[in-house]
Design a binder for this molecule. Structure first.
Ligand code: ASP
Length: 595
């Protein structure tokens, strides 16, 4: 193609062409999505980031141009110059935005060839995710992924603009740093210059953002990369992005209002209008009524507590559970009275995975109440329980008797399972929620010690301070989570700014003065130099993008994600390294067998 043409005509996006361009000469540089040879006429669908347009070549009129384009196949990159023409009404393609027009090619050049593809990009064939991730650059050409990443770009911009308008300062914090305890395993990086020493990749910028408050920045924001070496569940990534922020002198209310404002701004990108303000629920209520600290409130199926009513019943299992401090709880599912034995067995299995013995059913059918264990409960007890459960004609209730830490998650999981099975989750409805008043500590049965439920910098509720040492389990935290449709979108807290209080909390966590000094000395020091009261929150940006895109996996909104085994299939990371590099680092690899 001549220099002259390139200068005269700026490059146009294929997807931007329309009726208004008819009669205009345009230049496209794009990928060949599809090639069709209609005996005498060659059609190419050309695709670039803006969309798709059809171009047409008449070999009879322009044999030279046709010869150039003849060998072209899917995903070759071509340049064409031609005139935009209106298609005949019968040839209009309603499936693409530019379907009313096509470009009649006058000149053409091949800019790049493509080998035959490992998979077609039209999304029609089932492609294994492994293949997609291995050839991620091809996968990313698909319109769905382009759309998701462009949406993510808009989201990131809105987030930055919003916080900029609210006078937050964007500060970068280090990636090579010390361990920050967020409850996961650290990724470690060996130091070459200080043999035997390691950096940890940040699980979050937690300590840095608090130190930025001590440093007087008042409002900090960062779109921050975080790293957690966890055994990955389906909706996690070992490296992920948080909208991380901290402010000085805030109350919980300030944080709630700030985040509600942000959500009002970004959720419309996904066609979602959040309510203002969001409803709130205390942690204890969330766990009792929904079996989880991130309840999905798009549907009912609320859990009722039957312990008091049934502790005196003649049914031993209930009696003994309550007598030993456990609970009897359940929920009713409308229209599920016909559930089969096999279904109930499946639900029992789910309950067993949480540690319960199984589930018991109570049905109301043809005006009659039937409990799974014949004659275990009196008619009055059955009626009372059914009333507590809100069990109506045609409904089925699932009941679990166990200690609370088992019954709650078992019922929480079942509640979701049955809501899905019976189609009770309304399409297009969304439920935002603040969960508040978390316990500050959580007891670990295995290690026989207290852990921080959020992280060890979260402030206890001043109302509970006198029980910090004597009854740590009863102390509430000034922590909060923001939940959407059963997903935790973010969490944060008001922190401790008093080094004495911070030391007391470390004590309860089994971190004595020596260890605290060794691990967090720099931070405790900082608190001694006029630390303002402060607090903040971090939101999962990947998850936000996923919800806004209506995607079902984080991998659909991350350009280069990792698999469940934390590998990058495209670059094949992690990989072995040169022995020389290991020698420099003083690192020796012990083979798996001889551990
Ligand atoms: N650093 C916390 C987290 O990553 C968030 C916070 O407390 O602000 O979950």
């Amino acid at each position: 193609m001549s220099e002259e043409t390139q200068e005269v005509l700026p490059r146009r996006g294929a997807g931007t062409l329309g009726r208004g361009d008819v009669g205009r000469r345009v230049r496209l540089q794009a990928w060949v999505q599809r090639r069709r040879d209609h005996g005498g006429v060659l059609f190419l669908s050309l695709r670039d980031r803006s969309g798709i347009a059809q171009v047409v070549i008449h070999p009879d009129d322009l044999p030279d141009v046709a010869r150039v384009l003849e060998p072209v196949r899917a995903e070759w990159v071509v340049e064409i110059v031609g005139e935009v023409v209106l298609r005949a009404p019968e040839n209009v393609n309603r499936e693409i935005a530019t379907g009313e027009i096509e470009v009649s090619v006058e000149r053409a050049a091949v800019l790049s060839r493509s080998e035959p593809l490992p998979f077609m990009l039209d999304g029609k064939a089932e492609i294994s995710e492994e293949t997609r991730l291995r050839y991620r650059y091809l996968d990313l050409r698909r319109p769905e992924l382009q759309k998701n990443l462009l949406l993510r770009d808009r989201l990131t911009h809105e987030v930055r603009n919003y916080f900029h308008e609210q006078e937050f300062v964007d500060v970068e914090t280090p990636i090579l740093t010390r361990s920050t305890p967020e409850g996961a395993r650290d990724y470690l990086v060996p130091s070459r210059v200080r043999r035997g020493s390691f950096y940890a990749l940040p699980q979050s910028p937690q300590l840095f953002k608090q130190i930025l408050m001590v440093a007087g920045f008042e409002k900090y924001i960062q779109i921050a990369r975080c790293f957690r070496d966890e055994d990955l569940r389906a909706d996690r990534q070992p490296e992920f992005t948080q909208v991380d922020l901290e402010m000085s002198f805030p109350t919980e209310e300030d944080v709630y209002a700030l985040i509600e404002g942000l959500f009002a701004r970004v959720f419309p990108l996904g066609g979602i209008e959040p309510p203002v303000p969001f409803p709130r629920m205390r942690y204890a209520d969330a766990v009792a009524r929904y079996g989880t600290d991130r309840p999905d409130l798009r549907f009912g199926l609320e859990i009722a507590d039957l312990s008091e009513r049934l502790e005196g019943s003649g049914f031993r299992a209930f009696q003994e559970t309550v007598a030993s401090g456990g609970v009897v709880r359940g929920f009713a599912v409308p229209g599920a009275a016909e559930a089969s034995r096999k279904q109930v067995d499946g639900w029992s299995e789910i309950a067993r995975r949480s540690g319960a013995a199984g589930v018991l059913t109570l049905r109301r059918k043809d005006g009659e109440l039937t409990f799974q264990v014949k004659n275990a409960l009196t008619p009055a007890e059955l009626e009372g329980a059914a009333e507590d459960l809100g069990l109506e004609e045609g409904g089925l209730a699932l009941i679990v008797a166990a200690k609370e830490s088992v019954a709650a998650p078992a019922l929480g999981t079942l509640r979701l399972e049955l809501a899905r099975a019976y189609g009770l989750i309304p399409e297009g409805k969304h439920a935002f929620l603040w969960v508040t008043e978390f316990p500050i500590f959580e007891w670990d049965e295995q290690e026989k010690r207290w852990f921080a439920m959020h992280h060890p910098f979260t402030s206890p509720d001043p109302r509970d301070l006198d029980r910090l040492e004597s009854d740590p389990g009863s102390v509430r935290a000034r922590a909060y989570d923001v939940v959407l449709d059963g997903l935790e979108m973010g969490g944060g807290s008001i922190r401790m700014h008093d080094p004495e209080l911070q030391s007391r909390v470390f004590q309860v966590l089994g971190i004595g003065p020596e260890e605290a000094k060794a691990r967090f000395g720099f931070f405790l020091d900082a608190l001694r130099y006029g630390a303002p009261p402060h607090g903040g929150i971090a939101l999962g940006l990947d998850r936000l993008a996923m919800v806004l895109a209506g995607a079902s996996s984080l991998r659909e909104v991350i350009a280069f994600p990792k698999t469940a085994s934390a590998t990058d299939l495209m670059t094949d990371a992690p990989s072995e390294v040169d022995p020389k590099q290991l020698r420099e680092l003083g690192v020796q690899v012990v083979p798996e067998e001889s551990k």
